[in-house]
Design a protein around this ligand. Structure first.
Ligand code: FMN
Length: 259
């Protein structure tokens, strides 16, 4: 690669760290994915607290944009809070019969604090952190995610990137608040899938729910303005009548495009 065309995106930084890939039982993973169903009715049985905690830890291992972790997980613990959350989930059986409900929230403005946290961690790390990593969080991240009031800075970036884009490939989004919501929600949704697969791995089941009153949910959770309710996830022990029917997926040719 010519030096002048190198950037933080296309160059491999200097570092010594190594982490070997562990081997996984693929058949078990196939079983995990295939047995995850949206379960709408749960048995009246608890999930041990340490299992929920572990599943939340696993949710937080999901890949996430720039490692800025723009997610939050709200776990109603009191009977009254849970009742309110069930009500905000429109009283769906997947919520009312669930042993636990986790509401997954995306945050569009925590990236600044998290970028500073990354810089702090890098500066105090015993491992040598490449300069490009520091500069990524100190310079590129603020450029990429600052949108300004009424996304005015975003508009300026959009115009700049439009012209720059004539000469080379460039990342063009996010350049407004709506795109920040998409940005944070993509990442939060990946955590949701991790969370659901984690519960399945521990023998429990889940149902993701976007059928909810987001306004009421925001109030119940006491969310700040930049927060977006991504989905609520009911979890528990699958009831015999918990799955409403066989899984339906359309033919794979409809979706998998070999190009
Ligand atoms: C973002 C999202 C929102 C969903 N919202 C609801 C919901 O509000 N209520 C519900 O019963 N199922 C809900 N589902 C579950 C889907 O209906 C279900 O995933 C789909 O029918 C496929 O079935 P499967 O999950 O068993 O494979 C939701 C799923 C996703 C991914």
């Amino acid at each position: 690669m010519e030096k002048d065309k190198e950037s933080v995106f296309n160059s491999v930084p200097e570092f010594e760290y190594q982490e070997k890939a562990v081997s996984i039982d693929a058949a078990e993973f196939v079983k995990l994915c295939e047995s995850r169903r949206s379960v709408r009715v749960f048995e009246n049985a608890p999930i041990p607290e340490d299992v929920v905690e572990k599943c939340l830890d696993l949710a937080m291992l999901a890949p996430n944009s720039s490692n800025l972790q723009p997610w939050e997980f709200y776990w109603p613990k009191s009977a009254d809070k849970k009742r309110q959350v069930v009500e905000a989930c429109l009283g769906q059986p997947a919520a009312s019969t669930a042993a636990e409900i986790i509401v997954v929230v995306a945050r569009t403005k925590t990236w600044k604090k998290h970028a500073r946290q990354m810089v702090e961690l890098f500066k105090t790390s015993e491992q040598k952190v490449p300069d490009s990593a520091l500069s990524y969080y100190e310079k590129i991240v603020p450029f990429a995610y600052t949108q300004g009031p009424l996304s005015i800075i975003g508009l300026f970036k959009r115009v700049t990137l439009f012209f720059l884009g004539f000469f080379r490939p460039i990342p063009r989004e996010p350049v407004n608040h709506q795109q920040m919501i998409l940005w944070a929600s993509k990442t939060a949704a990946l955590a949701c899938e991790n969370l659901m697969l984690a519960f399945r791995a521990f023998g429990y089941d889940t149902c993701p729910m976007e059928g909810l009153d987001s306004r009421r949910m925001r109030k119940i959770l006491g969310l700040p303005r930049d927060a977006v309710v991504v989905m609520a996830i009911g979890a528990g022990q699958r009831s015999a009548r918990g799955v409403y029917g066989p899984r339906i997926r359309f033919p794979r040719d409809q979706f998998i495009k070999r190009i």
